[in-house]
Design a protein around this ligand. Structure first.
Ligand code: C5P
Length: 222
């Protein structure tokens, strides 16, 4: 049996994309598969934690031994995160849509002589920043992800400060890397104490090593 490094701990994980409706049949979406976030939820459960996973629409199975809350939109994801029990650790691996359509059409938008519709976008709530900046009930450790196609580390350092989280897992999601949707990942761990670059490895392995790191950081916090 694996070491139960997170026994008695509560861990919240977000994973997958969000879908933002345009009308009853169309959505704005992104290419996140949920594989990395789900692997983290599984690794946390395997390490003995009580895990709540808030997942956007994905086509992969629910992890075992995890309470899964399925949501569609960013606003639903925020509501699910806010109503989850307080946690020691929160890992925000979801690829939350930055924008949603200002007004969802109640009926299917039709083609017509007026030409294509103009979509007005409004900003979604930032779930990670909301939780990281909580005064009451903030998890001891708040971990964010940064999917970037350029200036990966500099962007992650800026994000760490702006959002107020403790750790950013930064990855290069340029199409050539095959990371988005793929089985492996190559990440940099960015915190106030510096940058650590991990070699490319399976997403399950990234998850396991991240959980080990989280357990040791939590230990130091006691
Ligand atoms: O800068 P960006 O918003 O892409 O930062 C990504 C990090 O923030 C990820 O951890 C992601 O899960 C989280 N995030 C969020 N809510 C948003 C946007 C991003 O929780 N609306």
């Amino acid at each position: 049996p694996k070491e139960q490094s997170l026994a008695g701990r509560r861990v919240l994980v977000t994973s997958g994309p969000t879908h933002e409706p345009i009308d009853p049949v169309r959505v704005l979406a992104n290419r996140s598969s949920g594989r990395q976030g789900h692997a983290i939820a599984q690794a946390a459960a395997d390490a003995g934690a009580e895990v709540v996973l808030v997942s956007g629409p994905v086509s992969i199975p629910d992890p075992c031994g995890v309470r899964v809350v399925h949501v569609e939109t960013a606003r639903e994801m925020l509501a699910a995160v806010e109503s989850a029990p307080p946690s020691d650790v929160a890992v925000f691996a979801a690829a939350v849509a930055d924008w949603r359509v200002a007004e969802e059409s109640a009926s299917k938008v039709k083609k017509g002589p007026a030409g294509p519709p103009a979509l007005t976008l409004v900003e979604n709530p930032d779930i990670l920043a909301t939780i990281a900046q909580r005064r009451i009930g903030r998890p001891t450790l708040v971990v964010g992800f940064a999917a970037e196609t350029n200036d990966v580390i500099a962007n992650a350092q800026a994000k760490l400060a702006r959002k107020g989280c403790d750790l950013i897992v930064a990855n290069d999601v340029s199409p050539a890397t095959g990371i988005m949707g793929g089985a492996s990942n190559s990440v940099h761990l960015v915190s106030v104490s510096g940058v650590e670059t991990w070699p490319s490895m399976a997403k399950d392995e990234v998850a396991g090593r991240l959980i080990d790191r989280i357990a040791s950081l939590l230990g130091k916090n006691q």
